[in-house]
Design a protein around this ligand. Structure first.
Ligand SMILES: [Zn+2]
Length: 191
């Protein structure tokens, strides 16, 4: 059976790890922009990256992060990311793709991918609940959804949103992950 791009990307560790350098480069650009912007107080930002565990890919990952150099501020500024979605331990694209494919593949094929990744059924349901109960009603999404014609169906998020960026290919996935960067720094729960 022919595999879709999303399914192939998740199906084996080398494929998952192969996309990581692409995502790391996008994150480096986002970090450079954040650094150039500086702190809200006007202070300069200094590098203060920290290690991040990441499941599903075979990499040593560091989260781009900064600290304000201004005495009395020292605010931490963590730019948006296409690699991480909140504090979840799985790479962000795995969270996005697996929940999306739940609407694009048969249940059997989703279960096979999920088990291969070591994601239990309850975790996948929690990820899906986040799209429906936190993401969809949120102010940021409600403001952005009108940019899409027609607006993506909310019951099949994030599959419907991914489709809005084009076909099943890698480019549309990268566009989707870029779109999601404002959510990447929010207090999305772990797992
Ligand atoms: Zn500051």
């Amino acid at each position: 059976m022919k595999k879709t791009t999303g399914e192939s990307l998740l199906a084996d560790e080398p494929s998952r790890s192969a996309i990581w350098p692409v995502l790391t480069k996008i994150d480096a650009d986002l970090a450079a922009q954040a650094c150039a912007q500086g702190c809200a107080c006007g202070g300069a930002l200094h590098r203060s990256d920290y290690p991040r565990k990441v499941r599903g890919v075979n990499v040593e990952a560091r989260r781009d992060s900064f600290c304000c150099a201004e005495e009395g501020c020292r605010r931490r500024v963590t730019p948006g990311s296409v690699r991480f979605l909140g504090r979840r331990i799985y790479a962000g694209f795995i969270v996005v793709l697996l929940t999306a494919l739940r609407h694009g593949l048969t249940a059997e094929r989703v279960t096979a991918l999920r088990e291969h990744l070591g994601v239990d059924g309850r975790t996948l349901e929690r990820w899906r609940a986040w799209w429906l109960q936190d993401f969809a009603p949120g102010r940021r999404w409600q403001a952005a959804r009108g940019l899409f014609i027609p607006p993506p169906g909310e019951a099949t998020l994030p599959w419907s949103l991914w489709r809005s960026f084009g076909d099943d290919g890698e480019k549309s996935l990268l566009d989707l992950l870029r779109f999601l960067t404002p959510w990447s720094t929010r207090a999305v729960p772990g797992n």
